[in-house]
Design a protein around this ligand. Sequence first.
Ligand code: ATP
Length: 437
Amino acid sequence: MPEKNEKVTMETIVSLCKRRGFVFQSSEIYGGLASCWDYGPLGVELKRNIKDFWWRKVVQERDDMVGIDASIMMHPRVWEASGHVAGFSDPLVECKNCGHRFRSTDINSTTCPDCGGPLTEPRMFNLMFKTFMGPVEDAASVIYLRPETAQAQFVNFDNVQSTTRKKLPFGIAQIGKSFRNEITTGNFIFRTREFEQMEIEYFVKPGTDDQWFDYWVDERMSYYVGLGIKKENLRLRPHEKEELAHYAKCCSDVEYKFPIGWSEIEGIANRGDFDLTQHSKYSGKTLDYFDEEKNERYVPYVIEPSSGVDRTLLAVLVDSYDEDVADGEKRVVLRIKPEIAPIKVAVLPLSRNAKLVPKSKEVHALVRPHFMTQFDDAQSIGRRYRRQDEVGTPLCVTIDFQSLEDNQVTIRERDSMQQVRVPIAELVDALKSKFSF
Ligand code: ATP
């Protein structure tokens, strides 16, 4: 099996994203800001749909999970307790000639990959962004932008457990921005300094943690298949002992076969009782659980499935990108799972003929409350189908002159390109039947 996804290059995806408004370079008119990206009109829809899908699967459809949305800035002691102040570092080497910096684990040579100059010895570089809270910029006002969302779940363990009365095992889910001052970034939205995470902290009884770890590994692999990603482009990579983070008992990465090779999209770790114990110690507040059945208190263990929104979105784009032939021409088609496609239904009058306008507007008004739609009447109908295929719109509704006579319209499917005619009165139900939610 090839070690890279050779069906599409990263350049093709980057150029599609820019051309069609999925992702733009941040501050582009000022020359851009390294490794920062802005999601455009289609990107924001796709990203929201991915987050909604995750939330649906891990919170809405489960009894044992609740969500939170915590502040990005947290008390600085949080990051001392978590080990991030002392240990969240990467080994950095600097070129003595051109000053460029590299993560020493990313380069194989002892000289600078850019100019061939000599490199310094590696030194540890903390990846947390620091800033100051309030008007005084002194040591006492230093705070950090969170490098992961997870700590808020631990710090709020007692608040959540006592207000929801959840019994073990149960989890707390959160989606939000995280920040890491990565030494080397790149590969588009794969590694950036500001990114979004979807994290679960799942609290279990000590002794049952190995079994719950296995459960979550299976669950998360099926989740990506459910998201529409091809099984053969997913794999699980258990960490070697030396790779494990200071808190982790064991860890496995879910990897996707990107054009840059197999790379992590999610990490699943057994964090033991490290975090709750540390926060208890540093805050002086007890963070444990009273087991009514056993009539005893203990500190739960934690399984953490931690996934990246941006990397998932990139995997979805790469995985769904396809080229085939339609009407004798090359067609680019994003075969995104219909439920997460940015635009669900495009409403397309056959032409701009004035006679078609009222009926087309009427159909659009009928469909719009139910689906994210786009109305497009520019250029030939064939061109407009192609435009929708290229951004993954699963269904197009076409209004033609016959529609004015018989009150029927055509639904055209992205993948099969098949067309069926339905009465306008049944249109919304017919469209809904094509989506599982
Ligand atoms: P890597 O080894 O690639 O640096 P990591 O092991 O440090 O990643 P985790 O701390 O496990 O990553 O974070 C969980 C998830 O958050 C990752 O699987 C990834 O999807 C996402 N993530 C982490 N760092 C970044 C980043 N710099 N840019 C984009 N997404 C990221």
